[in-house]
Design a protein around this ligand. Structure first.
Ligand code: MN
Length: 195
């Protein structure tokens, strides 16, 4: 029987402290993400969905009103896998030149990404994406993900409260600052770019 297992966390649980605490990582990865994986396995076991790879489950369930729970859980698994790979204690390098130039400078990119992350009402995500037209900063609500909208994700920040509440309570701006100044894995962003 098909069972989706949890991808390994790409860093130690305490690796992001003090910007994101060990307790937050343990809860986020070990409880929230683990629950999405358990839910998806429960929803699709012994159904035709179980024969599909994760990206196909996401793509097909996004267009199927009767598969809303399957979409929510499968998209959240992808989003979290992607998000955890975006994190690295001590930025790995500076913002890539092409991205900085596109936004009119590193500071302008930072301001736009920060504002977008702060603007998400309720639960969601902020993304740097790439498509035919260039780079875009977008936000998505709940489990929604750019891969079902024809956009290539390069970078994301989880702005669900569970991602920061233990460390920052209601101060989402401080969490966004900590991410942008100390935790972006730019090497992963470059790996995702279509050059
Ligand atoms: Mn999350």
């Amino acid at each position: 029987m098909f069972t989706l297992s949890q991808f390994p966390l790409p860093f130690a649980e305490n690796a992001l402290a003090p910007y994101i605490s060990e307790q937050t990582v343990r809860t986020h990865y070990g409880k929230h993400l683990a629950t999405y994986i358990k839910n998806l396995n429960d929803l699709i076991s012994n159904t035709p969905w179980a024969d599909l790879p994760l990206h196909e489950i996401i793509r097909r369930s996004a267009r199927d009103e009767n598969a809303r729970k399957i979409f929510n859980n499968s998209a959240q698994i992808f989003n979290h896998d992607f998000f955890f790979h975006c994190l690295h204690r001590g930025n790995t390098r500076n913002i890539p030149y092409d991205i900085a130039v596109y936004f009119g400078g590193a500071d302008k990119f930072r301001t736009q990404f920060y504002s977008a992350a702060l603007s998400v009402f309720g639960s969601g995500w902020v993304w740097l994406t790439q498509d035919m037209g260039g780079f875009k900063i977008i936000t998505t609500q709940n489990a929604d993900t750019p891969v079902v909208h024809g956009m290539r994700p390069l970078l994301t920040l989880d702005v669900w409260e569970h991602a920061y509440y233990l460390d920052y309570q209601n101060r989402r701006g401080e969490y966004i600052d900590a991410f942008m100044d100390n935790l972006i894995n730019w090497d992963f962003v470059v790996e995702n770019m279509n050059l």
